[in-house]
Design a protein around this ligand. Structure first.
Ligand SMILES: C[S@@+](CC[C@H](N)C(=O)[O-])C[C@H]1O[C@@H](n2cnc3c(N)ncnc32)[C@H](O)[C@@H]1O
Length: 298
């Protein structure tokens, strides 16, 4: 068997406590939520959140009847499940390079603060594309390598990499920043149309965040978002998968087995207690309500 791309495994890491809770990032969290409300469709049936983590922003998807949280970390998903419960939510522990979904079962997808962990980002986008129905929307956030700070550092010779070069930069093991033109080019190759480019999080400076009220910073950020100047540290893309309107193939079934399939063989699954059996004989576990497709059972 050939080895796939490396995975940044959060496992039972303390990402929530170390990065978000009480860590001075209320501004980043607030502006991301505001942007999501601007770029998400007004209503929809089933949304896929890729790399949902502990469900930090999952409560922004209330316009959808069903939300599927996919993440490689079982522990982050268990935390999310304890918070959101099972009514309208489904928790899937899986590798984003091998998603366990039937084609065309979602009418929207989001991926926020995740692609910096993908050494083969187009391969994941192809998986998202396959899981989406025609005429769907996909909100993709990425860390921008051509940001103002990197440009200034480059000007003064302080960077050992070029922010204007299109290829991704791996600044720490399995942590990449992307050039906006590279991302737009790659998503276009896979069939997505870019509807909007929203530059976000302009004021990521501890001094500013401490000195100015969050609401003021968020308002100023909204104003700069309209500039379309793609030189902020974070960029949101509002993408659309074209298709004939009205041709949506999203079924309204709430049965997880109408959404999930075996990621190895692509065959249907049947449930036996806390085990999912594929037609090809592979067995997958359900652990505390989380459908676990990371490793097949023996
Ligand atoms: C920085 S966190 C972001 C979480 C969430 N989107 C947020 O904004 O709070 C990145 C998440 O991507 C997940 N991840 C990384 N590589 C993955 C992969 N190959 N498949 C599925 N999830 C992955 C990690 O487990 C982690 O929860």
């Amino acid at each position: 068997m050939t080895e796939g791309p490396r995975i940044c495994d959060y496992g039972d890491s303390t990402y929530r406590q170390d990065f978000w809770e009480g860590q001075g990032r209320d501004y980043e969290d607030a502006v991301e939520r505001r942007v999501l409300q601007k770029v998400l469709p007004a209503s929809g049936f089933r949304l896929l959140e890729v790399g949902a983590g502990f469900g930090r922003i999952t409560n922004e998807y209330q316009m959808f009847r069903q939300v599927i949280l996919l993440d490689y970390s079982l522990e982050q998903l268990q935390y999310a499940r304890a918070k959101y419960g099972d009514d309208g939510f489904l928790y899937v522990a899986a590798d984003a390079y091998r998603m366990p979904f039937w084609p065309g079962v979602f009418d929207a997808a989001t991926m926020i603060r995740v692609i910096h962990h993908f050494e083969n980002f187009p391969a994941v986008i192809r998986q998202v594309r396959q899981a989406l129905a025609d005429d769907s929307s996909f909100i993709l956030e990425f860390a921008n390598k051509r940001n103002l700070k990197a440009m200034l550092r480059h000007l003064f010779g302080l960077n050992d990499w070029n922010p204007y070069a299109l290829e991704p930069i791996e600044f720490v093991d399995l942590n990449f920043n992307f050039h906006p033109e590279y991302v737009e080019r790659e998503v276009a190759k896979i069939g997505f149309e870019t509807r909007r480019v929203v530059p976000v999080s302009w004021f990521r400076l501890g001094l500013l965040k401490r000195a100015l009220p969050l609401r003021l910073l968020a308002c100023l950020d909204s104003m700069l978002q309209r500039s379309r100047l793609a030189i902020s540290p974070s960029i949101f893309l509002e993408l659309r998968l074209p298709g004939a309107p009205g041709k949506r193939a999203v079924s309204s079934s709430a049965d997880p087995l109408d959404i999930l399939r075996c990621p190895q063989s692509g065959t249907p699954l049947r449930r036996d207690g806390d085990v999912l059996l594929s037609e090809s004989g592979t067995r997958w576990g359900i652990r505390d309500g989380v459908y676990d497709f990371r490793r097949a059972l023996d």
